[in-house]
Design a binder for this molecule. Structure first.
Ligand code: SF4
Length: 387
């Protein structure tokens, strides 16, 4: 398996294709594996795998901004983000197996960006000092690009912190390079050691299209499962890749068959370079609903959400006049569960483009009013059942 980081090294492309892509490559880097490029149907210029990995000239359109959901505002130290009380993100690597053209973190791959830290000791110390953090997501970049030795040191350090229960690995390596998992017994042994009966490791996989679920990818996922890792999948809705209810439905159904729960379908963030990949909220919601309707219960578990600066917002429903949203997670805990009724706008791609007509608090009594719950010490610590 080889990594390919120059468009010029792809013989199937014409000279005019390469000339256009080189212009894009100067701004937004290209990287793929030879394994992944073999999934492309080179006879089809609209092939979804091709759209996902090869640059398009429209990426240079003036649209969006590099940090579209203000991750910088959640950065509490180099390489660590803390937005919701119970979850911290450790940005421990700035390289991926391939670079998805629609990536919302493409700023990390640009020269001069210093948001990622190879030395995670400050991030680990921050997590240790915050007992409300029960979930840590290793991300970047892709944590499975790191050597097993380095990953193992980070996971072992997290396992020494008693309040960290769930460790998540956000990874597209099962799609880009499943051999990374299949050929490394030490990696699987290390994951088995640290994914215990009471504290699991989750792999937050990133499959966007059912054609990525090759036999090799499935074998890699199977080995992860047999090592005690829990699998879930999250991906955005992407123009030209999975903006088709039949494709999404097949993706969700096949993921459910192999024990990789469809978790989130993301509305694409308005990130610079992503103009050709955007799908409006209303169109995305209809595609999502159609896709769910063709699957059994286990294939219907994804939520369609927008990772907005103010929180994770679920797109609940669209009617003739409105778009109904709900804060699934809110940066401001007072907004948790809040409903937003917005004027329907079939072109809008993000909350900031919508007119909010009404906000409604979460229905029912707040849990804090119940003597059955207590709030432990710690910044924004979640309520717990009273002892
Ligand atoms: S794997 Fe994730 S972080 Fe890496 S390029 Fe793709 S979307 Fe971005």
């Amino acid at each position: 398996m080889k990594y390919i980081s120059r468009i010029d090294h792809i013989p199937q492309l014409t000279e005019s294709d390469k000339a256009a892509m080189r212009l894009v490559e100067e701004r937004y880097v290209f990287r793929a594996t030879d394994y992944y490029l073999k999934l492309i149907d080179w006879d089809d210029p609209r092939d979804p795998i091709r759209q996902l990995i090869l640059p398009r000239i429209e990426e240079l359109n003036d649209w969006g901004r590099l940090d579209a959901s203000d991750e910088s505002a959640n950065t509490v130290g180099q390489g660590i983000q803390h937005k919701y009380p119970d979850t911290a993100l450790l940005l421990c690597n700035e390289v991926c197996g391939g670079y998805c053209r629609y990536c919302f973190r493409k700023r990390l791959f640009m020269d001069g960006n210093d948001e990622v830290s190879k030395d995670v000791s400050a991030g680990i110390a921050y997590i240790a000092a915050h007992p409300e953090i029960s979930n840590v997501l290793l991300t970047g970049g892709d944590p499975l690009i790191m050597s097993t030795r380095r990953l193992s040191e980070i996971i072992a350090a997290l396992r020494r912190i008693p309040h960290v229960r769930v460790i998540r690995l956000g990874s597209k390596m099962p799609a880009f390079n499943p051999a990374r998992i299949l050929d490394d017994d030490a990696l699987l042994e290390m994951l088995a050691l640290h994914s215990t009966a009471d504290k699991r490791i989750y792999l937050m996989a990133h499959f966007d299209h059912p054609r990525e679920l090759t036999d090799t990818a499935l074998r890699a996922l199977d080995r992860l499962t047999r090592s005690g890792v829990i699998l879930t999948n999250q991906c955005p809705i992407i123009r030209g890749v999975n903006d088709d209810a039949a494709v999404l439905s097949e993706l969700f159904r096949r993921l459910s068959w192999i024990g990789c729960t469809p978790y989130y379908l993301f509305q694409g963030r308005p990130t610079s370079g992503n103009d050709p990949y955007r799908v409006p909220i209303v169109e995305g919601w209809y595609l999502f609903q159609a896709a769910l309707s063709w699957g059994a219960g286990l294939a219907r578990r994804a939520r369609f959400v927008m990772s907005h600066a103010s929180g994770k917002i679920e797109i609940l429903m669209v009617d003739d006049a409105h778009i109904h949203l709900r804060y699934h997670r809110a940066k401001n805990p007072a907004h948790s569960g809040r409903l937003l009724v917005c004027e329907r706008d079939d072109e809008a791609c993000w909350l900031d483009e919508l007119k909010v007509l009404k906000t409604l608090p979460m229905r029912g009594p707040a849990p804090s009013a119940s003597p059955r719950y207590q709030r432990p010490a710690g910044r924004g610590a979640p309520l717990r059942p009273a002892a």
